[in-house]
Design a protein around this ligand. Structure first.
Ligand code: PEP
Ligand code: MN
Length: 343
């Protein structure tokens, strides 16, 4: 971190700033130039608040961070790709990241045992390697279907047993972690990306976490949220781009596909794309899934329902099993051409 000192700051204020930095265990190196005095900060500056420095307007002219505020998720300190392994009874563990590509599919919400088992079988037949299904649903309206809760988890785990597919489901409340013991991947939804108590709670397990980017979350904010989970001791995080909010209303969100190579550069964590929530329109899911695959996503998460018009949640963006089968064919056909593809 480099701090440019205001020309008329004076020695007393400059010394005050140097003391402030030292109190934060940073060694300031002052270079007095003809035009400008600058301070180079040596040491761990991750705990230094740039905004606080900028607010010291009588002594600080500007602040430039040379190093990112995230460490554990930073590729600079961990050059190799993280490969997450999900154990599967009677089979090789499922690998995510580092060239291993996976497709998660299933309904937005678990509606009944029959529904989730039926859809699980259909997505498995089409080639999905993991099953999704929300039991605890974050709904915009309190009058909408809120999910089956614990009962939904039971049905999802029945579908897991019947198909052998590992399951991904959303956790909304840190107090409910104990109910997710047999769940393979905990999803933290867009609305909870910065729910720090939830991030801290899942950081104390080693269960993989699918962390979705919020509608308004910057890339750095997404990485800082992932940092919470790694810093707390859980290295198994999958980042997920699911579209952000822009002025555009033709699609549910605006998919920021650029983040896939960008995140791969900044972090060693796997990156998934959710073409369902990104578009909100079933017809758009297929081409967007193909694009996400080619740009190098480590996986996709896609909503599938066998009766979309009667779905209790997100029917408009849900693929039928027939549509999903076609999408899987397209995705697997382009997968060998994907940036960074290995398997
Ligand atoms: C979901 O996956 O069903 C969901 C609610 O997603 P998001 O958090 O991205 O809106
Ligand atoms: Mn949904």
């Amino acid at each position: 971190m480099v701090i440019v000192v205001k020309k008329d700051a004076g020695e007393r204020r400059l010394n005050g700033l140097l003391e402030w930095l030292k109190e934060r265990h940073v060694t300031p190196r002052v270079t007095v130039g003809e035009q400008q005095t600058i301070i180079g900060c040596v040491g761990d500056v991750s705990g230094i608040d740039d905004g606080m420095l900028r607010a010291m307007g009588d002594v600080v002219e500007s602040v430039k961070r040379i190093q990112e505020p995230y460490k554990a998720v930073n590729r600079k300190f961990h050059p190799a790709d993280t490969v997450i392994e999900i154990p599967r009874p009677g089979a090789e563990p499922l690998k995510i990241g580092g060239g291993f590509f996976q497709v998660v599919a299933g309904p937005c919400s678990v509606e009944s045992e029959d529904q989730v088992v039926r859809i699980a079988k259909a997505v498995k037949a089409a080639g999905a390697t993991m099953l999704r299904g929300g039991a605890f649903k974050p709904r915009t309206s309190p009058y909408s279907f809120q999910g089956l809760g614990k009962e939904g988890l039971v049905h999802l785990l029945t579908a897991k047993r019947e198909t052998g597919l590992p399951v991904v489901t959303e956790i909304m409340d840190p107090r409910e972690l104990e109910f997710f013991g047999d769940v393979d991947v905990l999803q933290i939804g867009a609305r909870n990306m910065q729910n720090y108590e939830l991030l801290k709670e899942v950081s104390h397990t080693t269960k993989p976490v699918l962390l979705k980017r919020s509608f308004s979350g910057t890339i750095q904010e997404l990485l800082m949220s992932a940092e919470y989970i790694l810093a707390g001791g859980n290295p198994n995080v999958i980042l997920c781009e699911r579209g952000i909010r822009t002025y555009e209303t033709a699609t549910r969100n605006t998919l920021d596909l650029t983040v896939v190579p960008l995140l791969h550069g900044k972090s060693h964590l796997p990156v998934f794309v959710d073409p369902s929530h990104a578009t909100g329109v079933a017809k758009l899911v297929h081409p967007v899934a193909m694009a996400a695959t080619v740009i190098g996503a480590d996986g996709l998460i896609i909503e599938v329902h066998d009766d979309p018009i009667h779905a209790l949640c997100d029917g408009a963006q849900s693929l039928t099993p027939e549509m999903f089968t076609e999408t899987m064919k397209g995705v697997m056909a382009v997968r060998p051409f994907a940036c960074g593809a290995k398997r």
